[in-house]
Write a protein that binds this ligand. Structure first.
Ligand code: 3PG
Length: 207
C-alpha cells in the first residue's frame, strides 16, 4: 500500500534510533509539541518494537511508523505493535507481499531509476531515496524527476538542517527524513527540551 495519503502534509519525519523504550513516550510528546506529527522508529535496536507500541498506545495523535524493515516477518511484529506505516532502505517481492498482507502503508527504498520504475509498477508513488547524499543527492533527484514525473521521494541519509530546505524545495520531494532531530546523545541524557527545540526548527522548514 502506498503511504502518500497518510504522510501528506508531514514533510519532515524524524528517523529515530531509539536507545531505550522508556523514553519513547516523552520523546514522541516532545516532537509533537515541537510541531512534528509523524515519527519513524527504526528496527535497529532491541527496544524499537516496544517503543512503537508505547507511542501507539499513549500518544495516539502521533503517527508512528517503523523503519529499517528488511525481513517480511517484521510486518506482523510492527502491525501488532500498532505501527501505522513502514519504511525500508530497499525492497523485495517478499516485502511487498508482507506489506499488502498486513495492509500496511509502505515506503520502500530505491536508489536507481530501474529500482524506482520497479516500485512504481508495484504501485508505489512515494518512495524512499536512500542513502540520499551518497546516492547522488539533489542533482540525482532533479535528473530522475524529468523521466519519472509520477514518483515522489522521501530522501533520507545525510539530510541535515543545512541541506533540508533545499531538498524540501524540490518538486519531486514529498518529505524528508533524518536522525538529526533525535540525536543519541540527547536521548541518553534525557534532554527533551533540546529535542523539542530541534523539532521546532525542523517543523519551521515545512512551508
Ligand atoms: C535512515 O534509515 O533513513 C537513515 O539512517 C537516516 O539517515 P541519517 O542518520 O543520515 O539521518
Amino acid at each position: 500500500m502506498d503511504a502518500s495519503k497518510l504522510l501528506a502534509g508531514s514533510r519532515v519525519v524524524p528517523v529515530v534510533v531509539l536507545a531505550n523504550a522508556d523514553i519513547a513516550v516523552p520523546l514522541a510528546e516532545a516532537l509533537l509539541e515541537g510541531g512534528l506529527g509523524v515519527i519513524e522508529v527504526t528496527l535497529r535496536t532491541d527496544d524499537a518494537l516496544q517503543g512503537i507500541e508505547k507511542i501507539a498506545k499513549s500518544v495516539p495523535e502521533m503517527i508512528v511508523g517503523a523503519g529499517s524493515l528488511r525481513r517480511p516477518e517484521q510486518f506482523a511484529d510492527i502491525a501488532a505493535a500498532g505501527a501505522r506505516f513502514a519504511v525500508s532502505p530497499g525492497s523485495s517481492l517478499r516485502l511487498h507481499t508482507a506489506a499488502n498482507d498486513h495492509k500496511m502503508p509502505f515506503i520502500p527504498g530505491a536508489a536507481t531509476p530501474s529500482e524506482m520504475i520497479a516500485l512504481f509498477e508495484h504501485g508505489y508513488q512515494l518512495q524512499k531515496f536512500f542513502p540520499a547524499e551518497l546516492a547522488g543527492g539533489r542533482p540525482f533527484l532533479k535528473a530522475v524527476g524529468a523521466p519519472l514525473p509520477e514518483v515522489s521521494f522521501m530522501p533520507t541519509g545525510g539530510i541535515t538542517p543545512d541541506n533540508a530546505m533545499d531538498y524540501l524545495k524540490m518538486d519531486n520531494v514529498a518529505c524528508i527524513g533524518g536522525s538529526w532531530i533525535t540525536p543519541a546523545k540527547l536521548q541518553t541524557s534525557g534532554d527533551l527540551d533540546a529535542i523539542r527545540q530541534i523539532a521546532v526548527g525542523a517543523a519551521s522548514l515545512m512551508v
